[in-house]
Design a protein around this ligand. Sequence first.
Ligand code: MG
Length: 443
Amino acid sequence: MLKISISGVRGIANQSLTPEICLNFAKAFGTYLKGGKVVVGTDTRSSSEFIKGIVLSGLISCGVRVIDLGVVPTPTVGLMVGELKADGGLVVTASHNPPEWNGLKFIREDGIFLNQSQAEKLIAIYQDRKFSEAPGGSVKHFSRAAEVHVSRVLKSVRAPLIRRRKFKVVYDACNGAGSLITKLLLTKLGCKVVAINADPKRPFPHGAEPNPQNLSQLAEAVKAEKADLGFAQDPDADRLALVTEQGVAISEEYTLALCTRHVLSKPGGGRKIAVINLSTSKMTEDIAKSLGAVVLRTKVGEVNVAEEIKREGARIGGEGNGGVIYPKIGYMRDSLSGIALILEALAASDQSLSQIIDQLPRYFMYKTKIECLSQKAAEDLLERSQEIFKAQTLDLTDGLKVYLPEGSLHIRGSNTEPIVRIIAEAKSEETARRLAEDLRSRL
Ligand code: MG
């Protein structure tokens, strides 16, 4: 199945995502940018190098001067657009999708992904097939992107404070784009580093989403090594999850919650605002508010959070799926920003990760979905939900968010599939499940 949406193109490499589609999307992007300079990076999938070759051809045909960064995390591409004064960026990656998938993501000149109207314009060019051909296209290689990214991160935290603690850290990069850069960062932060699944030439060792189910190997290793904590990334290294010193893989929601708590406790660095999306746990919201910050919630979609952070001059933001955006470093979800902030938080405290976790407000999320026969049927379900909850406090920014005395419900359709997702959150697991399943049965 090929998915073309505001977050780019994704499909199974050489099947639904054909070479022709990749070529035409690259030409569409070159046309959209009217030539100029474009930074390109890839993740470690076996199809990425081949797709990159096609993409470079398409960009060159539009007169684009390409700077090829090689294998790098998605946020590194975003940051290098600014560093190299490029007009845009393109990443060959399917993020956390299974290994046979691949995709293209498009970045604009401020290092943020194309937003909805920009993506629609790009897709329209792709569909019209009126690509502009121009001479002057070229490819240059730039092999120091990882160092540039790491040095930006080091400048944005108190590196000497972290170094003094000589943390022992295990990380699992899923053999993805974080494999090498993460070791560089941790070493420069004075950590004793144990790397597992950090070989970009090998296939993904386990499910690619950094959620607790996929992190048993990391959890074991943290325990066996008696490490201070473990870090896990998805294959394009924008998302980050944590394992405590006790070898417990905790929900990805904690990553943003902890970074938000830490950044808002530090002096300075922008307006005291945290930007999160409507699906992010209330844990992060409670923490930010308790520190006197304003919390802004946006529609789901990284670009919506990033644009709001920039517009408001917020100190921090991101998504509950382990996506930390620290604007001092860049406007993309960045696992390396997350790693440095978590280590800085630990270095500034005399507590272990699990002791810090224990003090946080605790919520439980329960997620379910309803598969529909058509997009229309999915829209009908959303309307029926709105009818059911019409007497409650509702937020219609993105689907339907309902605030009930015992918890909240977020009901939203998917951009790419006829599915309605229901996310319930409450103070107990039982209540969260009941809220979601009650609604499900009523629909
Ligand atoms: Mg990702």
